[in-house]
Write a protein that binds this ligand. Structure first.
Ligand code: OAD
Length: 281
């Protein structure tokens, strides 16, 4: 097991660093059913903040208030303007973001028939826009809305999302009633809708978990990119694949809970190192 640090001088050229990059390249080149398991770090270079890094979302707002259904219900009642402020800022950042070379390299590996799919904890659409076709989104999708009345889900375009944000932010000192009036409604039953993302305390979507398990069961290499691995099932998924005998390559800025499982860990920004690892063929 080896590790490199991007802050070391001469990434990819000194003996130790080069050895690990070479090993990662060799593993990837020999694999035909790679599964990428990704977290917020893969989208960081696209400008979307992560959760647990310095300046990350959970440092700026409390996960208990902004990351749970009961916290959000309470914010709607007591601090609707603050809720809308935070949601509008996040939505603005996600709507502005473009796929970076890490998303694009993962997409290219699938097109080349070497990557079976992506399992992600992210709710943005940057993998899909970076060329990924097969994807399991464990924590839902920010572009999809779910009706609180009939449970129907529907995808909204980026333009429609931007219009929802504009509607919510149009009124200063928003009251709870005004927020509910401007919130999206189900096209079929007119009940309120919510973004179809998983909050703390909620179940992961069963079909996505099952799909992820199927992909991982057949993986001949696990490529873990930009996740702290601190939210389950990240660690148990990685453990299962590694126990099954597949090598694991980890790309992160720093060691994580998953590092002890890795065959090779590369500590460098994903958008810089991933394109370096993939060779033709
Ligand atoms: P975290 O914020 O916990 O971890 C992000 C990881 O990305 C950290 O380990 C960083 O070191 C790493 N990172 C940051 N920038 C990077 C870069 N440019 N290249 C490579 N790595 C980089 O985010 P997740 O692991 O995705 O769930 O968090 C998992 C879940 O916890 C999220 O899906 C979310 C959160 O609470 C829910 O909200 C339910």
């Amino acid at each position: 097991m080896g590790a490199v640090n991007a802050s070391s001088p001469g990434l990819g050229t000194s003996g130790h660093i080069g050895t690990n990059v070479d090993e990662a390249r060799r593993i990837l080149a020999a694999s035909r059913r790679i599964v990428a398991f990704t977290g917020a770090g893969v989208s960081a270079e696209s400008g979307i903040p992560t959760f647990r890094d310095a300046g990350g979302l959970w440092e700026r707002v409390s996960p208990e208030e902004f990351g749970t259904p009961w916290g959000i219900a309470d914010l709607v009642r007591r601090r609707p303007d603050r809720l809308v402020e935070v949601l509008a800022e996040l939505a603005g950042v996600v709507l502005e973001a473009e796929p970076n070379p890490a998303h694009q390299t993962i997409g290219a590996l699938e097109r080349a028939g070497r990557l079976a799919g992506v399992v992600t904890q992210n709710v943005d659409d940057l993998h899909e826009r970076g060329g990924t076709r097969t994807i399991r989104k464990l924590h839902g999708d920010l572009g999809r809305f779910r009706c609180l009345g009939c449970d129907r889900t529907d995808m909204r375009s980026r333009e429609a999302l931007a219009a929802i944000v504009r509607g919510l932010t149009a009124t200063a000192a928003l009251t709870a009633d005004q927020l509910l009036a401007a919130a999206p409604r189900c096209p079929s039953c007119r009940a309120l809708e919510r973004p179809d993302v998983v909050l703390f305390g909620e179940m992961l979507p069963e079909s996505e978990v099952e799909g992820a398990r199927r992909l991982l069961a057949d993986a001949d290499c696990l490529l873990v990119v930009g996740t702290s691995g601190s939210v389950e099932p990240a660690a148990s998924f990685a453990r299962t694949v590694v126990r099954g005998g597949a090598p694991m390559i980890e790309i992160n800025l720093a060691p994580t809970d998953l590092t002890p499982l890795a065959t090779v860990s590369l500590f460098a920004p994903a958008g810089e190192i991933l394109p370096e690892l993939v060779t033709e063929g």
